[in-house]
Design a protein around this ligand. Sequence first.
Ligand SMILES: [Zn+2]
Length: 638
Amino acid sequence: MQDPKLPKAATESTRQKNSALDGRVFDPLDLERVRRGFIAARTEPLIVDQQNRKVIDTASYDFLRDGRECPDTVNPHLWRHATLNAHHGLFNVAPNVWQVRGYDISNITFVRGEKGWVVIDPLTADSTARASLELISRHVEQRPVTAVIYTHSHADHFGGVLGVTSTEDVEAGRCQIIAPQGFLHEAIAENVIAGVAMSRRAAYQFGPLLAPGPRGHVDSGLGNSTPTAAPSLIAPTREISFTGEELLVDGVRIIFQLTPETEAPAEMNFFFPDHGWLCMAENCSHTMHNLVPIRGALVRNALNWSKYINESIDLFAEKTDVLFMSHNWPRWGRQDVRDFLTLQRDLYRWIHDQTMRQANHGMTALEIAELLVLPDEFLAHEHTRGFYGDLVHNVKAVYQRYLSWYDGNPANLNKFSPAKVGERYVDLAGGADRLLDHAEQAFQKGDYRWVVELVNHAVFAQPTNQRARILQADALEQLGYQSESATFRNAYLTAAQELRNGPPPRAEARVRARGLIKAMTIEQVFDTLAVRAISENLSGVALTVNWLFPDMAGTPDEKWVLGVSNRTFYYSQNRHDENASATVQISRKLFLEVIAQLTTFADELKSGGATIEGDAAALLKIFSNLDNFSTGFPIVEP
Ligand SMILES: [Zn+2]
């Protein structure tokens, strides 16, 4: 008897769909590329943090490595991609370039400088970055880290920096940190306003709550799995501010190309002119990327993205012999590199142009997503297929960027919420059982997309209806088994798991990464506080509080006014209000510790870390009316 809480087998319909795809290898050279230059792998599969908690365990992905045939519960194309991502170890990429891959979702790259290692992208977690440095120290050479380059502002490319260097080494000038212009602001900004919602939704995208295995997690598209650890951050000591800027980094000449508003808001590619190595950051990968990730984010600029790859071709392709990236494996050979870059450039341009072409014919996002099929030129290559991003989602991203989520049809202008519309659909069907009878017939025919649309109404109308929850889980699961995109698979299977077992326990959303908070600006802190304002409690409240941050003396951040007006917060920099109810004095450093919940205002007032002049109740009016968020909120049920 099948345990109702566990994943199920593939249906006949899924088996047929998946087996029809089996056996196709897009680019046989990819297997050579992932193996090329292999030196050694870690012998211990488990990487733990300083509290001995699991960060990553490569052994749990051994099922991908035995040359085993694709199980019928995985899309065969995704299976092959996952088996390529599952290669892990230290690899020699070029005479003085090494990569450690497969111990994190991203790659760490080591370039031999005159005195030490130039590290490109120190991974997500200190522990995985440290393990990578140990691997190269053991098998190549033990050297100090003289520079760290962050290619872009996403946490999987800087979060492990403390695993390869220290704040002391950076402050003493023994290690420089190089990043694209705007890096620090953007590294924080993406997580400020929507942080809690985004991290909950990210669990659907990356699938960390799924058990690895043929009926569970197999891949994340950019790598097998994401490490479970909070990122740290050391601020850059040198920002790259223009394309063509050249630096001598520990004796190695590097030419930078800024690519803002592409895969990340702050990102850069760079070229080693004396050696013919090109780093394309995350602007290229061995997969179609996301124009908006399903975890949610601001929509990315597909047009810029394609234009900057074109610029990389113009600037560097003629002299490039090795191309490496922040995820997946490198490419070798001048012609191969040019062909690869050309296809990547054209992919984002094609999605952009064809979406807008159809939009200008009056088609809507859903219609365009249903209509567009990736042309054979892209389907023929592993790296332009959707293992991470998915065409049907990217089309909607492009549409949204120009025309918003609204399709222009007023029938969709002010729709009922899912629970309200669910009740009405259940009613229309003649009750939940009638609706579910119909959905079960559709399930038998393998029409899973229709099943999930229909049964979603029943689950939102009657969230405790077990028959509805189980049928919905079963249909979502089959969609997951059929998905080529790892992120779609993770989302479908996580949804199925939560319908069978409920969402993860609610816990207070602690600040995700205290390491990141230290880099927040005062403005970003006030913005995070403002989205926590409990508007209902602020009727009639109108006040201002002056803030003095003595450790910011001499900068515009020394003085701030924070006010409450019409149930919202507002602030002004570089001035005080002479009619303010109170003036608070606290160092920026302590203020950030209050925000990170390492200490409290009350404690700091008691111990003298903070002082308040005037009406202390005014400050309390603000801080006692801040909402608290919790993780684990429901997604696939009301
Ligand atoms: Zn990344």
